[in-house]
Design a protein around this ligand. Structure first.
Ligand SMILES: [Ca+2]
Ligand SMILES: [Ca+2]
Length: 263
């Protein structure tokens, strides 16, 4: 890309900050920061976004483990696999740093926790994930297949696993790492199953996406226990990477030169 292009500075800024979700997200653009089992009335997860999620952005969450090639139980006719699937949709822009729980509600987003995943022959309904205190995994993904998102067309964005190891999914408490995800940067592997697992939001005062992902991906920055509160909501301070700032400065200089020469 040349800075002599006619790309407006604002658009260039948005691109450099990766601050818009128009189009596909990348692994690590969102992360799971809260896990809460303990029963069907309180099961929940929470996630943070590191990019501004544009209105219309749709994310899927499943606790089906990854078999190595598929989410367990998903098929052309099984729209929620052996466990559950839920859908998040941004209705207004969600700014980077926002933490959202699967039991929180807002005019800015909507959770699909009921209703058919797709039309016949696809079976299965959206539901809050049913989370076990004795071993579980949760994956966030996007999908271009709106009628059976867990079956095909998906891109994994983040994985949470609390069984201390990745294993082929053969039960509700087993799962391996979905294609494209990397432990420590787009996945966190906790060392022991527990009813509650919460990333310590004060691990950093502020950080870049990469710094936050490294912190979240480090099991020692999580608190686990027998808690029964829902995984909550909140905010963390996400700052641009130094490289992006340098590029922005260059873009700003190029822009001011262009404006001067245009006079
Ligand atoms: Ca489960
Ligand atoms: Ca596992």
């Amino acid at each position: 890309m040349s800075f002599h292009s006619s790309l407006p500075l604002a658009a260039m800024t948005a691109t450099l900050l990766s601050s818009s979700s128009f189009g596909a997200l990348m692994a690590g653009d969102v992360a799971i920061v809260g896990f809460q089992a303990s029963g069907v009335t309180t099961d929940s997860v929470s996630f943070v976004t590191f990019v501004d999620l544009a209105a219309g952005t749709t994310l899927y969450f499943t606790d089906n483990g990854w078999t190595g090639s598929a989410f367990r139980g998903a098929s052309a006719t099984d729209g929620d696999g052996n466990e559950n699937l839920m859908r998040f949709t941004a209705t207004n822009t969600i700014v980077a740093g926002t933490i959202i729980g699967s039991r929180t509600s807002s005019a800015d987003y909507a959770w699909a926790l009921s209703g058919l995943v797709g039309a016949a022959p696809v079976t299965g309904s959206y539901q809050q994930l049913s989370l076990s205190s004795s071993g579980e995994q949760v994956t966030i993904f996007e999908s271009t297949n709106a009628s059976n998102p867990i079956f095909s067309g998906f891109t994994a964005l983040y994985n949470f696993d609390n069984t201390s190891t990745y294993e082929t999914a053969t039960s509700s408490s087993t799962g391996s790492l979905p294609t494209g995800l990397v432990q420590g940067t787009s996945a966190v592997l906790l060392t022991s199953a527990a009813n509650s697992a919460l990333f310590n939001l004060n691990t950093l005062t502020s950080g870049t996406q990469a710094e936050w992902l490294a912190a979240i991906g480090n099991a020692s920055n999580w608190t686990t226990g027998t808690g029964t509160a829902d995984a909550g909501s909140g905010f963390i301070n996400v700052v641009p990477a130094p490289g992006a700032l340098a590029l922005l400065a260059c873009a700003g200089m190029a822009g001011s030169r262009r404006r001067r020469s245009a006079r």
